[in-house]
Design a protein around this ligand. Structure first.
Ligand SMILES: NC(=O)c1ccc[n+]([C@@H]2O[C@H](COP(=O)([O-])OP(=O)(O)OC[C@H]3O[C@@H](n4cnc5c(N)ncnc54)[C@H](OP(=O)(O)O)[C@@H]3O)[C@@H](O)[C@H]2O)c1
Length: 340
């Protein structure tokens, strides 16, 4: 029997994400069972015998009733699964599963916390810049990063961008470089003048999160009003509202002010930084946060890793959410909110 095929592994991971969104009972196990040209996904129950098919299993327990053809991963945290047993899978494909299957499992964590789980992604230079001061960011990342971003779009329920990114980049926010479903597209801002035409193409679902004063947009854009703190929309409340609308995972694709506001509000779970071998020396920084006085006040990570992305690398880290200093010292509000 040949080792598993990467395209089929990807299809299985994307199907797993969809299945877990519908799960109403506590998660026990998932099995991705591979046939020659297709993959079936089972969660908590096997509806047919898979004894002769190779499979990938996600489970905390040893699966006694399965054949020896399975590879088992044990979920550990938002970004990590551990390899417990291998069969018919190459080391490279084990790396691929370890990188992407945790994101398919995010609905489980969202249900536990009753709020949307967030991942912030930037492509940045070595000195932390994500665009020139004029707003030019094409292209800091490489083509492998584009594929990665599209995989993340397919594994998340929604993508969020700030109004400036909509204005500067006018992106379509679709999944084009890999097979997969387009996520819901979410824009945050306080203007009533934004142009959503490109986002709305192909009957996409588009949500605009804005203050209650602007919460009167008509047409095909769904508008959600959110309360303000210090002139910013309250990101924690936004995540609870999105969760209630079936959005369990949110990929925050920038820009700087948007991601910084979510981080200040203790509302980012995972940070992904694609690091390109460039020194820009000027431009828009990734995160702009209130001043700290000591290094131990920095945001740190419970778990982190650096992964090669073509000839670049990506940092992935799980934010220590409850140790964000402004949150502790100032009862949930930021003393110096990012000003627009
Ligand atoms: N390299 C990369 O990975 C990458 C990724 C994305 C974007 N970019 C670049 O980043 C630049 C834009 O970044 P930016 O920092 O200027 O702008 P931005 O984050 O895209 O948008 C900022 C705007 O979003 C709204 N906003 C965000 N969070 C808010 C909150 N909590 N409450 C209320 N409003 C909120 C505000 O809109 P209103 O002004 O309407 O109130 C704010 O002015 C562009 O040049 C883009 O090309 C780079």
């Amino acid at each position: 029997m040949k080792p598993l095929n990467l395209d089929l592994i990807w299809t299985g991971i994307a199907k797993l994400h969809q299945s877990l969104k519908l799960l109403t009972t506590p998660f026990e196990f998932a099995v991705l069972s591979f046939e020659e040209k297709d993959v079936d996904v089972y969660v908590n129950a096997l509806t047919k015998s898979i004894k002769s098919s190779p499979s990938i299993v996600v489970s905390q327990q040893v699966m006694e009733n399965l054949n020896g053809l399975h590879t088992r991963f044990e979920p550990d945290s938002l970004t990590e699964v551990h390899l417990r047993k291998t069969s018919y899978i190459t080391d490279e494909h084990v790396g691929f599963v370890k990188q992407y299957i945790p994101y398919a499992l995010l609905p489980l964590y969202a249900n536990k916390e009753q709020r949307t789980i967030t991942i912030s992604h930037f492509a940045q230079s070595l000195d932390g810049k994500i665009a020139t001061n004029e707003g030019n960011s094409k292209w800091i990342g490489n083509k492998e990063n584009l594929i990665h971003a599209h995989r993340m779009r397919a594994l998340c329920d929604a993508i969020l961008i700030g109004s400036n990114t909509l204005i500067h980049d006018n992106p379509s926010l679709t999944v084009r470089n890999v097979p997969g479903n387009d996520p819901v597209k979410v824009v945050i801002g306080q203007s009533s003048e934004l142009n959503f035409t490109k986002l709305l193409e192909n009957n996409a679902r588009v949500i605009y999160i804005t203050n209650d004063r602007n919460n009167c947009r008509t047409g095909r854009v769904e508008t959600i009003g959110a309360p303000e703190i210090h002139g910013m929309l309250d990101c924690d409340k936004i995540l609870k509202k999105l969760y209630k609308r079936g959005i369990h995972s949110l990929y925050i694709e920038g820009g700087s002010k948007t991601a910084s506001n979510f981080l200040i509000n203790n509302s980012i779970d995972i940070v992904q930084l694609h690091i390109a071998p460039l020194i820009m020396g000027s431009g828009i920084v990734n995160f702009s946060l209130p001043e700290i006085k000591a290094i131990n006040e920095s945001i740190s990570f419970k778990k982190f890793n650096f992964t090669p992305v073509g000839r670049h690398i990506m940092f992935t880290g799980e934010v220590k959410r409850h140790q964000i200093p402004w949150k502790q010292k100032h009862s949930g509000t930021c003393p110096n909110p990012v000003q627009y």
